[in-house]
Design a protein around this ligand. Sequence first.
Ligand code: GDP
Length: 364
Amino acid sequence: SLTAGIVGLPNVGKSTLFNAITKAGVEAANYPFATIDPNVGVVEVPDVRLQKLTELVKPKKTVPTTFEFTDIAGIVKGASQGEGLGNKFLANIRQVDAICHVVRCFEDENITHVSGKVKPLDDIEVINLELILADLESVDKRYTRVSKIARTKDKDALEELAVLERIKETLEDGKSARSLEFTPEEEPIVKNLFLLTIKPVLYVANVAEDEVGDAENEMVQQVREFAASEGSEVVTVSARIEEEVAELDEEEKTEFLNELGIEESGLDQLIQKAYSLLGLGTYFTAGEQEVRAWTFRLGMKAPQAAGIIHTDFEKGFIRAETVSYDELLKAGSMVAAKEAGRVRLEGKDYIVQDGDVMLFRFNV
Ligand code: GDP
């Protein structure tokens, strides 16, 4: 399954945030297939639609879908030179599908900052630079190989060379490859390079406890501006608060968040943003036994999406009785939705939409 890796300089709040994730995380007993790796935290994906569907269908059981975060260990600075645990850091990043980059945006004289002062943009640069240098090495290697082939005027090689040149220039400029746009023809070339700076990033601005719910401080604004420049997103959290929130039950949590003047916990926002960053969506199955949320990749067709539940569903796929969450809620019940003609019979070319409520028909 897809995972988002948590990275950041020392003392920015990574461990605090990861603790919050594991505390809030699912019980391993309920998810026997969940990875039992101390560096992986499995959380439920918060989704109000699942609650509403539960109220509507009144099933015996409700099962949310889950999402994985990986705590990325290793020393950052000098990583691209292979110093210390640096290689491990890069190797770990290579394995994740998206990056949650924690940035310290709180002042606290008791907590030393590695470079002596809290400067979020410098921090971001330290990490991004290591990734950029590692990518430059990959691109250079490939460049040398492909330019030999290109001498023979090979069309594909020339095309690849042009892409490599563009990436190289961007990296040499100190910018990440994700700030570039590629045509559908260029994408396979780029994918083949397995670049680190092409991975989607969510910057996690870690603010002081007493700033949660307040107007954003200048440091957060700087992070936002930088993120926008490379097309990345930002979420604001206070890791310390999240650690406390993670220990509360649902009711206490709502009360606590109300007191802070916020609607949704930072961690819940982080989960949702990381989820959509990875191009994931949720469809539902809603029967009397169980109402359940399922994660699929946006763009998947109905049989593939059915295969997430069981491979037999994909192999023997006939059709999917489908109603959108909104239509179902408007109708008030599955029966009413059917009577109103809102339940569609979708075939094997149907592209599943986020929020679809589906019943798969299949041959065994
Ligand atoms: P890591 O090195 O990035 O894993 O950072 P830690 O999670 O160990 O945090 C470093 C220090 O910053 C610890 O003393 C944390 O308690 C503190 N810290 C983390 N988040 C916050 C926060 O939101 N507010 C304040 N004031 N301190 C925090």
